[in-house]
Design a protein around this ligand. Structure first.
Ligand SMILES: NC(=O)c1ccc[n+]([C@@H]2O[C@H](COP(=O)([O-])OP(=O)(O)OC[C@H]3O[C@@H](n4cnc5c(N)ncnc54)[C@H](OP(=O)(O)O)[C@@H]3O)[C@@H](O)[C@H]2O)c1
Length: 266
């Protein structure tokens, strides 16, 4: 399978390095176009992939074309490559907020996958939600699943609306988790723990709790209750979180992200 990347920035690199690591396709079958000379040199030297300045040149021989540019560069790229893709080529866009309808019109192309990865994809532990136009064939869906699956888990949804919802949950979600961890570390330092130790305690607590929840057959609610002995320390902390409207604030934050994702997609 020959894969072209239009844009070889953070996500483009994360995807192509994961593809190579998984042995999905060899370096010579990957071409990357990027306007940045420094990025081209870095990707060519690090991974042995073919690099070029020309977007059309990169995609000319490929079966799959991954759009990994920033949303603000989408219009110029669509103006350049629109109408120049072969009907057999599958486009996979990871551009946040770019709807299938916009991509379809701008690219003058029918077989398109829209995917929403998240930053842990950069270490192969992301989760990607994706959907496809009706013209995408079953074998092409198989390719898309395989390509997106190298970055972690992948979930296909038939309804594009779920992508905006997922953007507000798993797309932006790492930032919520990082903020929670930052706050917990600051609070730990506030009661006297050295910062290094606080960081280690918080990271392992979040990681361990997530893994425990994933492996356990108990619900999150049950797991929470197991930690919370009546009249104990956890109960005191949870009372404060509840009084401060913790769950309600999270709800409002996710709703705000969802509304914004819809606005960005037009
Ligand atoms: N980072 C994430 O976790 C994440 C998660 C989900 C979705 N996404 C989506 O992934 C996309 C890429 O994000 P990123 O963080 O990888 O961005 P990025 O690091 O800025 O990468 C984009 C690359 O494309 C290059 N570029 C700009 N205009 C171009 C053009 N006309 N032709 C070819 N290359 C061009 C940029 O060069 P210059 O820097 O010189 O402009 C840059 O090297 C975004 O649309 C974002 O919404 C990212």
């Amino acid at each position: 399978m020959k894969i072209a990347f239009i844009g070889g920035g953070n996500m483009g690199e994360a995807m192509l390095s994961a593809i190579l690591k998984a042995g999905l396709t060899p370096p010579h079958a990957i071409s990357v176009s990027d306007i940045s000379e420094a990025r081209r040199r870095h990707l060519g030297q690090t991974y042995g992939v073919t690099v070029t300045e020309g977007n059309l040149e990169a995609l000319s021989q490929s079966d799959v074309v991954v759009l990994a540019i920033k949303p603000q560069n989408l219009a110029e790229v669509m103006a350049e490559i629109g109408g120049k893709l072969k009907a057999s080529q599958l486009v996979i866009s990871i551009i946040a907020g770019a709807r299938l309808k916009t991509l379809r019109q701008g690219l003058k192309h029918k077989t398109i996958v829209r995917a929403m990865p998240n930053t842990p994809a950069q270490i192969g532990q992301g989760i990607t939600i994706w959907t496809a136009t009706p013209e995408v064939t079953e074998p092409q869906k198989g390719w898309a699943g395989a390509i997106l699956g190298v970055m972690g888990q992948q979930v296909y949804v038939a309804d594009e609306e779920y992508l905006d919802m997922a953007t507000a949950v798993s797309g932006s979600g790492p930032a919520y988790v990082f903020l929670f961890m930052e706050s917990l570390i600051d609070a730990a330092v506030g009661i006297g723990l050295p910062r290094d130790m606080a960081r280690q305690l918080v990271l392992e607590t979040v990681l361990g709790s997530a893994d425990f929840a994933r492996q356990s057959e108990k619900s999150l609610d049950e797991l929470r209750r197991i930690v919370t002995s009546p009249g104990g320390t956890t109960a005191e902390a949870l009372k404060v979180l509840e009084k401060g409207g913790f769950a309600e604030v999270i709800k409002q934050a996710v709703l705000a992200a969802f509304i914004k994702a819809r606005e960005l997609g037009g």
